[in-house]
Design a protein around this ligand. Structure first.
Ligand SMILES: [Ca+2]
Length: 380
């Protein structure tokens, strides 16, 4: 190491130890000029954001904390009553979403990694947010992914309500080769998207109700690790984006009973570079992705933008990217994607979740040990 490099290395180490400075930066895009500001920081791997009717938001931190960030930017102490989580590897406290009737019932839904017989798995609990916003009360587990297996990866975990009040839960296939084939097995919740009622019961019109040996919560199967899902406001259908292996992140439109192929069909290869299965890119009876990325972006949260602040972006899909350190904007035209633009890439931050605020601004959570909530608004 030469004389010049040494002080730079020390400065870099000090910069890593210090909290990140609050951002206030202007960026040009192909459309509007945007201003990116820090709303909150000092969060430990924030995983999800859910806006409250009063303009505040609930934020999860992966180690197991749920906090209230009020509309004035004040971050609360951890809310009491959150279930115990298995915060190892990719596990922990994951998504948060509000009941469609939250204004009346104050019900909040959480997904998380839960320990139990056989290892761990994704679970969903709901509870009532106390009037002061400091407690979660009457907490009950409404769904458990079965079987539990021994893995620290691929919990999936996005929670999405549709227009009819059904709750979709996206479930990973837990990554390891010895159980990844369960994504094709209807007796297992691994590698599935399930659809339940808000109390955890099974809707009678689910596609595999009455099928021998199938778990009736299953709505679609053959998915890998879905951490991004949203209802398309134009069609009412669920869209999901899932992590591919090495290559092959996929965007799929989820239809009842459909098989999305994993691990029989994939556009990627194993991390080691070896072929997965027979290396099929498509197969009869399995649904092809409508858009994909190789190399991967590592997709996390998504929204269909529907606000007034960015009229030119209405209807576009915004995808948080982890490895890509970008907020990816997709031009959506009906059921097809016309192209993409990568925003915020130069910040080098892993984008974990995306939300649209009541002000029409776009908010993102950054997956860092000193993670932040950033606000993206028109510059003028
Ligand atoms: Ca697929």
């Amino acid at each position: 190491m030469d004389r010049l490099a040494l002080p730079i290395a020390i400065a870099a180490a000090l910069a890593l130890a210090a909290p990140a400075a609050a951002l206030d930066e202007i960026f040009e895009t192909r459309g509007p000029t945007i201003r990116v500001t820090t709303v909150a920081d000092g969060l430990d791997h924030p995983w999800a954001i859910a806006f409250l009717p009063d303009g505040g938001m609930l934020v999860t931190e992966r180690p197991g904390r749920l906090r209230l960030l009020n509309a004035d930017g004040n971050l609360s102490d951890p809310i009491a009553g959150v279930p115990e989580v298995d915060a190892r590897g990719q596990g922990g406290l994951l998504d948060v979403t509000l009941d469609p009737a939250f204004a009346e019932n104050r019900l909040v839904y959480l997904s998380y990694a839960e320990r139990g017989d056989g290892g761990n798995g994704t679970a969903v609990a709901r509870g009532r947010l106390g009037d002061g916003g400091t407690t979660l009360e009457d907490v009950e587990v409404i769904f458990r992914q079965l079987p539990k297996v021994d893995s620290r990866q691929h919990f999936g975990s996005r929670l999405v309500f549709d227009r009819d009040g059904h709750l979709y839960v996206t479930l990973g296939e837990r990554s390891q080769e010895r159980f990844r084939m369960q994504a094709q097995d209807l007796s297992s919740h691994l590698g599935k998207i399930v659809r339940i009622n808000p109390d955890g019961s099974v809707p009678e019109d689910n596609p595999f109700v009455g099928t021998d040996g199938a778990r009736p919560e299953i709505y679609a199967y053959g998915v890998r690790n879905v951490q991004a899902a949203a209802i398309n406001p134009r069609s009412g259908e669920l869209w999901e984006i899932e992590h591919g292996p090495r290559g092959g992140d996929e965007l799929n439109i989820i239809r009842p009973g459909a098989n999305y192929g994993w691990p029989v069909v994939t556009l990627g290869v194993n991390y080691s570079g070896t072929t997965i299965g027979e290396g099929l890119k498509t197969k009869e009876g399995m649904v092809d992705a409508i858009y994909s990325w190789t190399p991967v972006i590592a997709p996390s949260g998504i929204i269909f933008y529907d606000g007034a602040a960015f009229p030119g972006w209405k209807g576009d899909l915004f995808v948080g990217g982890l490895a890509s350190t970008a907020l990816v904007r997709l031009d959506v035209d009906g059921d097809t994607v016309g192209g993409e633009e990568r925003l915020l890439e130069s910040l080098g931050l892993r984008i974990r979740d995306v939300a649209e605020g009541p002000d029409g601004a776009i908010y993102v959570a950054t997956d860092e040990s000193d993670g932040a909530i950033l606000r993206i608004a028109p510059a003028d």
